[in-house]
Design a binder for this molecule. Structure first.
Ligand code: FE2
Length: 352
């Protein structure tokens, strides 16, 4: 999530003794000080997200754009020079991958911010996939034992390590994220005014925000419209619903007689169900953030550990997620009222 940022890297896979491997340590020489000075002040005083509060950031005497670009270019040159001599293994590449994925997360956050502000960032996204005839709407997954989480070499964030087996009863799950055509009848039939469909927190959020329709949508004489990159346009009813809070996802499920999948169900189905479609929107699940058994915090200690407090877990990826960040084990998490994120859901049901 962008309230926390990526760590991960060196495999924390169990050693021969069964104990998790220690997290990696930085072996690179410090090369940042000259470029921090080029920013006009210690850069950490501006940019350390762990110590600089959000509400202070607009008041900081930040360097101008040209100075900032110079700093970024110098830092990139330093990084690439170090990469030339780095060991080509998971330990040697750990901090390079960490920095790269961290920047990727901020790139996606910038796209979401542009949508929030009504600025046009759409051209940097891939053209939406042309949808053909509707495929299977649901998949049935038999009861199984599922290895939840990441195991093995390569890069993974600390909150995805290490895999552990969980029982998953038989269930049924949508093969794609819920489309607007499926979500909007809930809105049109008064779902946003019906207490019975909402959790206590969700109902409070509705009251506090005055929300009556999903964010970036409005109903006009011509039908539903959607604000995209600052422009109102007809809503594509076959597009995945998007910019929904976890509260709205839960409420729709209550209305439809469905429920959100757990992350174990989501991950299991994603690997085993045929015709699995994903990657348009992050998907809220019924699971909450918590450490996987054997969790070992990685060097970016604020990535996940401070957020193991019951935030909903999201799975998948969005259209704004950089391709190299997309994989089926990724555990994202946001506070449930966030609807600036390109997030939505798919639904599930327990089989009798
Ligand atoms: Fe960051």
């Amino acid at each position: 999530m962008w309230a926390g940022l990526p760590t991960g890297g060196s495999p924390a896979t169990p050693s021969a003794t069964g104990a998790p491997r220690p997290p990696p340590t930085c072996r690179a020489p410090s090369r940042t000080q000259p470029h921090q000075a080029a920013c006009g002040a210690p850069a950490d005083g501006f940019y350390n997200a762990s110590t600089v509060a959000h509400d202070r950031r607009w008041q900081l005497p930040l360097p101008d754009a040209a100075t900032t670009r110079d700093h970024l270019e110098a830092s990139l040159a330093d990084t690439l020079a170090l990469l030339q001599t780095a060991a080509e293994d998971d330990d040697g590449l750990y901090f390079f991958r960490l920095a790269l994925f961290h920047e990727d997360m901020h790139a996606e956050a910038a796209v979401c911010m542009a949508q929030t502000l009504g600025l046009d960032a759409g051209e940097i996204l891939d053209a939406p996939e042309q949808r053909g005839a509707p495929g299977p709407q649901a998949a049935t997954v038999p009861a199984t034992q599922w290895a939840l989480g990441h195991e093995g070499p390569g890069f993974a964030f600390d909150n995805e390590r290490s895999a552990h087996t969980v029982p998953v009863p038989a269930f049924e799950i949508d093969t794609e994220a819920v489309r607007w055509a499926r979500f909007l009848p809930f809105v049109e039939q008064g779902g946003y005014r019906e207490r019975a469909f909402w959790s206590e927190d969700g109902w409070r959020w509705l009251a506090q925000t005055g929300t009556s329709v999903p964010r970036h949508l409005r109903h006009s004489a011509k039908g539903w419209q959607q604000q995209r990159w600052g422009n109102w346009q007809p809503l594509d009813a076959q597009a995945a619903a998007c910019h929904l809070t976890a509260f709205e996802a839960e409420a729709w499920c209550a209305w439809a007689g469905r429920r959100l999948p757990t992350e174990a169900e989501w991950e299991c189905a994603a690997h085993t169900a045929p015709d699995w479609s994903w990657g348009e929107v992050w998907e809220w699940t019924a699971s909450v953030s918590a450490p996987i058994p054997g969790f070992v915090v990685h060097p970016y200690v604020d990535y996940s550990q401070p957020w193991f407090d019951g935030l909903p877990v999201l799975r998948g990826a969005s259209a704004a997620t950089v391709p190299r960040m997309r994989h089926l084990k990724y555990r994202n998490y946001f506070t449930p009222e966030r609807n600036d994120v390109m997030a939505s859901f798919r639904s599930a049901a327990i089989l009798a």
